[in-house]
Design a binder for this molecule. Sequence first.
Ligand code: ZN
Length: 415
Amino acid sequence: MHLLIGLLLILLVLFGRFSFGGSQPSIVEVRVRVAESVPRLRIRGFDLKIESRQSGIFQKSVFSDRMSEWEFDCQSGKVQARKLTSNNELGVDLGDSAVIRTPTGFLNLENQPYRNELKIYALKKSIKSQCDVINSIELEKYLDGLVNSEFSSKWSKEAVAAQVIAARTYAFYQIQAAQTQKLSYFDLDATTQDQVYNGSMKEDFHASQVVEATRGWVLTTGTHELPQPIKAFYHSTCGGVTELPKEVWGVSYPGFKRSVSCSYCMQSPRYQWSLEMNRTQLLTAIHKGVEKNGFPVGWPSESLEVLQQGVLKDLQIESKNPQGRVQRVITHWGDGHKLFISGTQFREWIGVSQLRSTAFQVRSLGEKGWRFEGKGSGHGVGLCQWGAKVMGEKGLKSDRILRFYYPDAVLRKLW
Ligand SMILES: [Zn+2]
């Protein structure tokens, strides 16, 4: 077993993303994609050092004294930089990627501050300019900025601590997944795709205090010697019962075996909701959804004609899972055609901020369309943020909150 631990440590250090020093705390770095496929971007900072890279290999450096602002674009797979604060209009060719740093530690990207360094990648997929921007940052610092984007540092300390540990675990899971699958040049998106991150602007004293107090604590499966982070999903309001990943995405994840009944989130403004939609709105949502994602699996070959005729007669729930979430809806069209849509897909097509969860009923309003009446907000997997908030207010400790929402995971201090 000691051999295994040794091997794991060597691998981690080789990957260069962790630094262990005996009993010294280690540093885990996360790469967050803070801009995706943007045609151009502006970065401002003091004494900027811009390094040009070609296929990851260092080419040259460009220095800029004092405060300067640069515009970058990624025409034809090449990062081009132009200094905006000088009369020199000539661009600098930086190869297919570039790293920007400043001795002050803070860079401004489109007027938002980011810590450490920003890396620009020119996407080669098309001739038109497409840049991705990655912010590499210490995981604990990333969490400082995340608290007030994903939740609020004003909530009770124990609730914030539970959420910080869930967010750290989720990020650490993604870091490991990106490494083992050698998937990508980033670990996480800065959007609801992963976790919302708006740079260091929203860091505050309360957030940093909780992050520091919970430093290194992660929800895991596996053994004491070889702990594995779980993919610690969380959401706004479960509406009474949490959900399993398999029910939402059709994929199982270690550490999620049981859903739990939660009576804590009843105070949430999204505990109950309703949404009315007329026929045209629903048709438009389905058309746009098909345009974006293609036909769902199992749709017959004549689906295109059925949609084009646009005779949507009725909409019903075909099946619900034991947690009360819609598995499939059935849409009735002209000439007796039926098209099935999964609950998750249907929610995405309508819009996740409109149809707040898949725990809904549907009522026909005749000519006026349909009324959806639902409970909760979000996918329902893992920690229920409103539930955690209330548990914290009731004086429950963060480990208790986490044990409640992740009953199949073990809390461990990994660094
Ligand atoms: Zn809840």
